[in-house]
Design a protein around this ligand. Structure first.
Ligand SMILES: Cc1ncc(COP(=O)(O)O)c(C=O)c1O
Length: 494
């Protein structure tokens, strides 16, 4: 494996040259021929006309194409390999979804077009609205939120509006389990609430005694994820919802993990009042690099009056946008929502069909338990029992050899896999959260598990240098992740 080092430096030389070519392209853009303006330019536009030539790098077409193709090859994508990023649900997006999303009647329309010219697109979005209501058991849906976190904010705004309408203006505390995704407390803060953290029980689930101790007349809501971020189903869910309701609060569901339940069980039936759905996870469309996503919110009768407007409504055979409401929290996006993501979600749901939707959850849970079963004897499992759609391991057994979660994750890159989610959830030391999703075959799962077993064996064999130096194969190796996030270098070094 160590000979990867020489391969790395040889190819890096070529890659350096190509990237340099782009960053220091010929000054005069001789290769670029932009069409001139034909006829007179209207006076109103003249002020906007460019006075100086555009600063466009003077590259030939093959040079530019090679540059971008090369950059794409330096990345790991779901199309190039297995991507078991726990909690992020990086499932394969079938190509037919892309074909559908590119149909001119969907791709080339404008949000402000008159309703009667976009009836087909409205019908498609309306259908998604209805399906999400049915799948979640919370019948009223807004498609506006543009991401899961945006859905959290919208849901909490509705909860706040509902409490205010009841005269419950002192209820401003949101209870959030310590296993929650960081966006949960952030959204609560953005909504003007303050959060109280609930310590998880020894099994990684919500501890009922802890919940009871924190419920009071200032509780606005419990914000919970089910299955939670440790991949465990909150089996006390009905009692949890009852306790919160009895205390006068509402239950917000973070539906990022709906992949484990879709078509099998419905959060609305469990007692939740509100749920955002990370459509980009549960129904395809991998969302690396920050987007695009969609975080529609489904609510019950209690919260229905506060839904954002406009909403798509059906009247006979026609679809239109309903914007009038005295109680709505208003509009939270300038358009109806990320319609391209919903087109793909519609295609994904249609491909399974009503009768088979449960197979998404069934296969996702089966795949996660298969991985857990194959790895449980060599990696520490913090919480006993079957998992849902993702399995949680830790580096506890590898620690005695000086190997940490980060080393295991980096070594996986050399072996051809995207690492799992690391150091999350925070309630487990050295966490490795693996989410295979339903779209992977047993062969893929086996080759990933083989790689994990190989890493554990290398650890036992004392090959610590190899593991500490990993990854050896990619163009960039171990980055200072804090600096990379805060001060990204976006051009080739000068
Ligand atoms: C459990 C959980 N909640 C919320 C979010 C936020 O969703 P988004 O990234 O779509 O804003 C995520 C994202 O990964 C998540 O895993």
């Amino acid at each position: 494996m160590n000979n990867n080092t020489s391969k790395y430096s040889a190819t890096q030389g070529i890659q350096h040259e190509e990237a340099l070519l782009f960053e220091h392209a010929h000054e005069a853009p001789e290769s670029i021929h932009l069409p001139g303006v034909e006829g007179a330019v209207p006076e109103a536009l003249q002020a906007f006309m460019r006075q100086q030539p555009a600063n466009i790098p003077g590259l030939s077409e093959p040079e530019a194409v090679r540059h971008f193709v090369r950059l794409s090859q330096w990345n790991h994508g779901i199309e190039t390999g297995f991507y078991p990023l726990g909690s992020c649900t990086m499932k394969y997006n079938p190509r037919v979804n892309e074909q559908v999303a590119r149909l001119p009647g969907l791709a080339h329309i404008h949000p402000d077009q008159p309703e009667d010219t976009v009836q087909g697109a409205l019908e498609l979005l309306y259908e998604v609205q209805q399906w999400l209501g049915e799948i979640s058991g919370l019948p009223y849906v807004t498609l506006q939120p543009a991401a899961g976190a945006h859905g959290e904010l919208a849901g909490l705004m509705m909860i706040r509006a509902c409490l205010d309408a009841r005269g419950d203006t002192k209820r401003r505390t949101v209870l959030v389990p310590d296993s929650a995704h960081g966006t949960n407390p952030a959204s609560a803060a953005l909504c003007g609430m303050h959060t109280v953290e609930l310590k998880s029980g020894a099994d990684g689930r919500i501890d009922l005694a802890e919940l009871k101790a924190h419920l009071n007349n200032e509780t606005a809501a419990l914000m919970m994820t089910n299955p939670n971020t440790a991949g465990a189903f909150e089996s006390d869910i009905k009692e949890i919802c009852q306790l919160v309701h009895d205390a006068g609060g509402l239950v917000y569901g973070d539906g990022a993990n709906l992949n484990a339940l879709v078509g099998v069980a419905r959060p609305g039936d469990m007692g939740l009042d509100c749920l955002h759905i990370n459509v980009h996870k549960t129904f395809a469309t991998p969302h690396g690099g920050g987007g695009p996503g969609a975080g529609p919110v489904a609510v019950n009768d209690t919260l229905k009056p506060y839904l954002p407007v406009p909403r798509i409504v059906k009247d006979g055979e026609n679809y239109y946008l309903e914007s009038t409401s005295d109680t709505s929290i208003g509009s939270i996006l300038s358009t109806l929502g990320q319609s391209g993501v919903y087109v793909r979600a519609n295609a994904y749901i249609s491909a399974y069909g009503r009768q088979s939707l449960y197979k998404i959850a069934e296969d996702a849970v089966l795949n996660a338990n298969y991985v857990l079963h194959r790895l449980k004897d060599v990696y520490h499992v913090p919480f006993e029992g079957v998992c849902k759609h993702e399995c949680l391991l830790t580096d506890e057994l590898q620690n005695k050899h000086g190997i940490k979660t980060l080393d295991i994750a980096k070594r996986l890159i050399d072996l051809g896999f995207h690492p799992m989610t690391v150091y999350f959830p925070l309630i487990v030391h050295g966490a490795m959260l693996i989410e295979p999703t339903e779209t992977e075959s047993r062969e893929t799962l086996d080759s990933f598990c083989d790689a994990m077993l190989e890493i554990a064996a290398q650890c036992e064999a004392g090959e610590t240098d190899l593991l500490h130096d990993a990854p050896l194969s990619p163009i960039r190796r171990r980055l200072d992740e804090t600096q990379a996030a805060r001060k990204p270098v976006l051009v080739w070094p000068q």
